[in-house]
Design a protein around this ligand. Structure first.
Ligand SMILES: Nc1nc2c(c(=O)[nH]1)N[C@H]1C(S)=C(S)[C@@H](COP(=O)(O)OP(=O)(O)OC[C@H]3O[C@@H](n4cnc5c(=O)[nH]c(N)nc54)[C@H](O)[C@@H]3O)O[C@H]1N2
Ligand SMILES: Nc1nc2c(c(=O)[nH]1)N[C@H]1C(S)=C(S)[C@@H](COP(=O)(O)OP(=O)(O)OC[C@H]3O[C@@H](n4cnc5c(=O)[nH]c(N)nc54)[C@H](O)[C@@H]3O)O[C@H]1N2
Ligand code: SF4
Ligand SMILES: [Mo]
Length: 717
């Protein structure tokens, strides 16, 4: 067969960097960055390069596995696995209804265009509300805030880095994460360019991160962002600094917001936000005065107690300073496919249409918070969750309250994991089904198209054949549905096709959507328009324009009055809850936050040798003052206790931390059934410290409380 080269793109994180794969005799030999990719231009990070080692990992699951009573896994055929799983699901469905069957999909699922579509169809066909995802540990608050502000959870602004003069970035570390809810390969350079042209990047973070070091660091208290943002609004309103141009999108409720913000002068919020009053005042004035300014927040602002409120306030500051939907501000990207339209028509763009049985949380894009899963399994009554499918996720390392979830999973009648490995979660499963890697499947970056800083579209074919018997998720779901007698169809056309006995492939659907989209070729009616064929002829992708269009928000808002809503009652209630927030318990005087590392990716890349070189070890970071006060020494094990659990992990003493704050990366402490190197890497699972309680989630989006967790520290015993 010889050696061939194939162009593709990385689907580990959001920049979607271009990759070149070398394939020898049908197997992946090497991955390099794609120099001809118009946006990543030869950049790829160590994780993307190390994907070769995941692809070829001897520990990978490449055949269906069934767990034996002794806990060991044995190889079975696809037919045996699917026949038994379908029969058990059918039985559960006839005894308890489709609502007894649930699905948790993890982060990598969203990087596949076909996987989410098919699993949504599957769950819709079952009429089951038990859909969970990594979103409640990540970004659902952002979607909820957009639903409240714009009437659509899918309208999420991205910071226009290429044209802004002042970026206030809260709780994000793009020099390590490479950017999230924005697709901008080479984001480090985009940020550097802001300062190079005389602008500023202010990084609000309790830790002096890699990004903060490269720019202006504004130390903040964990979970203090809502206080800070309200005080910025306070100053802007009190000093009459609002933007008064009337040519842009308009809002309702400004007076209510002004009244609410009046109670949060910077002098009063400083103790909670960690930002001195004078600094907050100056920042508010600078944001108002800048020609182009934007506020952007990511996971550091999502995983606290007030995630939806914080996301709402982020856009509110961008709006009142006249920067929403304007160049250099918060802009709303568009995809060359009608993504928001598709979501809306297929009934997937929901917020609060239904409520969870346990906890009563509103759905976000049809999903409930993963933090209620454990109690949904253990709480008797109609709608009790009895069977769970997990695809591309490892909830026993990523969802809060691991111990409770782990014992709840034992109570299930059936647990099936679709993954690349027998993970920490997979080890508990009745079946582990082998999924293809992204290198083994075709793709289009569907949910990320509208997040591109530079409008762009690409398509990739698989670069290698699936190893062993690995299958794509949509194929597995399709086959399972067939054996269960379910007609899939999240999108109307798909449902119709199924009824007529046609099983449309995702490829066919995407070609249709591309060709009939805003830039489509309309089957030849528009010359040079997009089609799958055109994308296939351009393997490095196609840049569609220099910038995303602005001035489109009014048309896209789904509130009937076409106004931005600055006074939703949910937000008014959250501000009242914030104002009444109790002081944290004195027994747990420190705050635990997360930390992402360049060579880790959530919980799933610790088995790649290239990423684990140099005796990498898990550690907690604390400030020298705290180390001295609590008797900790650099390199020595320390004990971290919360109300919910305890871990012991070596400590790194560093003044990059704010005093009173402890940072511990998540996704370590493996005890998977397959990945030996990951297991041997040691470390601890920090999510045992997070609350397992279903009533302990953020009320508006069910966000897990993973940042700002009250903890106590001391030497390990
Ligand atoms: N304490 C704390 N917890 C956190 C966070 C935090 O900051 N702090 N961050 C949260 C965030 S933002 C996220 S996104 C979540 C992630 O949470 P999860 O998505 O639950 O977990 P991952 O570690 O991303 O695991 C992904 C799994 O998918 C598998 N996989 C990879 N590619 C594929 C594929 O193509 N198909 C299939 N079927 N499987 C695949 C991997 O082997 C791995 O087992 O963690 C959250 N948890
Ligand atoms: N190398 C690598 N890259 C990744 C990932 C990975 O695991 N490894 N994960 C990917 C995923 S799934 C996601 S969602 C993105 C996340 O992308 P980012 O959100 O940019 O990544 P984080 O490094 O988690 O940045 C969060 C920052 O918030 C800070 N922080 C914590 N609490 C608070 C707070 O209360 N207020 C403020 N203002 N800051 C706070 C933390 O110190 C941290 O620096 O990264 C993606 N990219
Ligand atoms: S930054 Fe790294 S992991 Fe993320 S898309 Fe690019 S190469 Fe892949
Ligand atoms: Mo994430």
């Amino acid at each position: 067969m010889g050696t061939t080269q194939a162009t593709t793109y990385c689907r580990i994180c959001e920049p979607l960097c271009g990759l070149e794969a070398t394939v020898e005799d049908g197997a992946l030999l090497q991955i390099r960055s794609d120099r001809e990719h118009p946006l990543s231009k030869g950049f790829a990070c160590p994780k993307g390069i190390a994907m070769t080692e995941v692809q070829n990992d001897p520990d990978r699951v490449v055949h269906p596995l069934r767990r034996r009573p002794d806990g060991e896994f044995e190889r079975v055929t696809w037919d045996e696995a699917l026949t038994d799983i379908a029969a058990r699901l059918r039985r559960i469905r006839s005894d308890h209804g489709g609502e007894a069957i649930g699905w948790y999909f993890g982060n990598p699922a969203t990087f596949s265009y076909s996987h989410p579509l098919w699993l949504n169809s599957f769950m819709a066909a079952l009429k089951s509300p038990h859909l969970y995802s990594a979103g409640s540990q990540d970004v659902n608050n952002r979607f909820a805030a957009s639903a409240l502000l714009y009437g659509s959870p899918a309208l999420v602004p991205i910071p226009d880095l290429k044209r802004t003069d002042l970026l206030l970035m809260l709780g994000a570390n793009p020099l390590v994460s490479h950017g999230s809810i924005i697709t901008a390969p080479r984001i480090k350079e985009e940020l550097a360019a802001i300062t190079r042209r005389g602008g500023r990047v202010v990084v609000a973070d309790p830790r002096r991160t890699e990004t903060a070091r490269a720019h202006e660091h504004l130390p903040v208290a964990p979970d203090g962002d809502a206080w800070l943002l309200l005080s910025l609004l306070n100053v802007i309103f009190a000093e009459g600094l609002e933007d008064r141009r009337d040519d842009g999108v308009r809002a309702r409720g400004t007076e209510t917001l002004r009244r609410l913000a009046a109670a949060f002068p910077p002098e009063d919020t400083a103790a909670r936000s960690g930002v001195p009053a004078e600094t907050a005042r100056a920042l508010a004035r600078d944001l108002a005065a800048a020609e182009h300014a934007v506020v952007y927040g990511r996971t550091g602002t999502c995983l606290g107690r007030y995630g939806t409120l914080t996301a709402f306030l982020i856009d509110a500051v961008t709006f009142v300073t006249g920067n929403l939907d304007r160049p250099g501000g918060g802009i709303f990207g568009a995809a060359p496919l009608r993504v928001d339209e598709i979501l809306r028509l297929s009934g997937l763009a929901t917020y609060g249409r239904t409520r969870s049985r346990v906890g009563g949380y509103p759905d976000v894009l049809g999903t409930f918070p993963a933090g209620v899963m454990a109690e949904e399994i253990t709480t008797p009554g109609p709608g009790r969750l009895r069977a769970l499918l997990v695809s591309a996720g490892n909830p026993l390392r990523t969802v809060p309250g691991t111990a409770a979830l782990e014992s709840a999973l034992e109570e299930l009648d059936l647990l099936v994991c679709i993954d690349l490995y027998v993970t920490d979660t997979g080890r508990k499963a009745d079946y582990v089904l082998p999924a293809t890697t992204f290198l083994e499947r075709e793709d289009l970056p569907l949910p990320f198209l509208q997040n591109h800083l530079t409008p762009y579209v690409t398509w990739t074919e698989p670069v290698v054949a699936p190893r062993g018997e690995a299958r794509q998720e949509w194929e597995i779901i399709d086959e399972l549905a067939r054996r269960m007698g379910l007609a899939l169809g999240a999108v109307g056309a798909q449902r119709l096709a199924y009824r007529m006995g046609v099983r449309p492939s995702p490829r066919l659907m995407v070609d249709l959507l591309l060709r009939t989209g805003p830039r489509g070729d309309w089957f030849g009616l528009r010359r040079g328009g997009l089609s799958l064929r055109k994308l296939r002829a351009n393997p490095h992708g196609i840049v569609l324009a220099e910038h995303q269009r602005t001035g489109t928000l009014r048309r896209r808002i789904l509130h009937k009055d076409k106004l931005v809503h600055l006074d939703p009652p949910e937000i008014v209630a959250e501000i009242e809850r914030l104002a009444a927030a109790p002081e944290p318990p004195p027994e747990y005087p420190l705050r635990l936050i997360g930390l992402r590392e360049l060579r880790s990716h959530n919980s799933w890349m610790h088995n790649a040798p290239a990423l684990m070189r140099g005796k990498r070890a898990h550690a907690a970071r604390v400030h020298p003052k705290d180390a001295a006060e609590y008797g900790l020494q650099d390199g020595q094990p320390c004990r971290i206790a919360s109300e919910h659990g305890t871990v012991e992990v070596p400590v790194v003493v560093t003044d990059e931390m704010s005093p009173g704050t402890v940072a511990v990366p998540h996704g370590w402490g493996h005890e998977g059934g397959g990945w030996k190197r990951a297991n041997a890497a040691g470390g601890v699972n920090v999510n045992v410290l997070a609350s397992p309680r279903a009533d302990d989630l953020e009320p508006l989006a069910g966000m897990a409380h993973l940042n700002g967790v009250p903890v106590a520290i001391g030497p390990a015993t």
